[in-house]
Design a protein around this ligand. Sequence first.
Ligand code: SF4
Ligand code: SF4
Length: 99
Amino acid sequence: MAKETGAISWKELSLGTAILEPGSSSKLKTGDWRSMKPVTDRECCIKCGMCYIFCPDMVYSRDDEGYYVQNYYYCKGCGICAHECPKDCISMVEEGSNG
Ligand code: SF4
Ligand code: SF4
């Protein structure tokens, strides 16, 4: 069972760390070790969705205006979305900065 921090004890892991429940990683805070985070400049975003498609952690979702927004709870800061954005609208900024 995941604790509030998203961290679990090794004693709670299944034998061989087998995944016994589909989609169970959604309960874990996979972004807590991130050092960089992606920040989108909406002025240049064309709402193409490439960031959503390429993000390996399904961090992006679409807001009411059609922009793709990050859920930093899951973002691990890999930078793939920034690399794939065709308009270079996504900047990787240091975690904790105001970026
Ligand atoms: S890939 Fe870039 S241009 Fe496309 S929706 Fe994402 S931020 Fe906007
Ligand atoms: S930095 Fe990586 S994990 Fe975070 S939103 Fe971009 S592609 Fe997804």
